[in-house]
Design a protein around this ligand. Sequence first.
Ligand SMILES: [Cu+2]
Length: 329
Amino acid sequence: MVALLPLLLAGCGGYQNTLNPHSHAAGDITNLFWVMMAVSFGGLALVTGLLVFAWVRRGRRGIGGDTDDPHPGEKPGWFVVVGMGVVFPLTVIVALFIVSDWAIIKVTQAPAASSTALTVKAVGHQWYWSFRYPGTKAVTADEMHIPVDTRVNLVATTVDVIHSFWVPELNRKIDTIPGQQNRILLYANQADVYRGQCAEYCGLQHAHMGMLVFAQPKAEFRAWLRRQSAPAKPPTTALAQRGEKIFLDGACSSCHAIRGTSAKGYVGPDLTHLASRTMLAGLTIPNTPDYLARWITDSQHFKPGNQMPNFPLPQAQVRALVAYLETLK
Ligand SMILES: [Cu+2]
């Protein structure tokens, strides 16, 4: 047991950690966790104590037992059964229910739209996230930015199956339901990167459906949003221009959009500012030229079953495509 402790504690880093809250809502969830933990350990200690007590006193007359009983000690008094077995657990569980209902649901419920400064729309796809910023043209995938110390109204839905949007350090999870919009408050009290994860099993690559929330100082965030809203700049080098042509004439543009070009596909992530992201494909691989090339030719190796087929193109075409994608800053 003690030998396992380091393994358990190794999971307690500061990354995607419910016990490392960075908002009021996440703080209350953490507190509730500790309260429930304490009450559970109290209950465990009590039951263990009673067991030990009963074992120590085995063979003696039971509490409230009949003195003429031929088997003294085997019958506990009725108040032990009813009191400890029914009344006590019911009281504790109802009390915990009321505490969590009052304390948590109120704090973490969907924010009044008038109380938030910004709305972000999250859409779950098998198996990546897309994010839109209503009022702007910005669309991104798997990496969203928000201003720090700002109440953000996150609206979540899905285009296929049920997913669940969860950034443990910022708030509880909300499911994305087809045809429905669920909302949650996103608030980060510190400029940092927070990892999130799809928290509802949604098929083969559910585990590779991560996301990052970059909480930035307000001015930095506004600059980011301005850049993301702009269309892609036309490539200037010959190689990248060749890549753009391959992208637009080939299959890529039937699934991906690049604003400012004729590519308007919506099956895969919007690639208008692909090069500004740090990771690819639901945080499966880093966004480097080498991984980009390998993703294009062999995405099924990194994410088996994902909706993008392998494209075993000649190396020269892959190089051109990567050179083009790298211009999408
Ligand atoms: Cu999912």
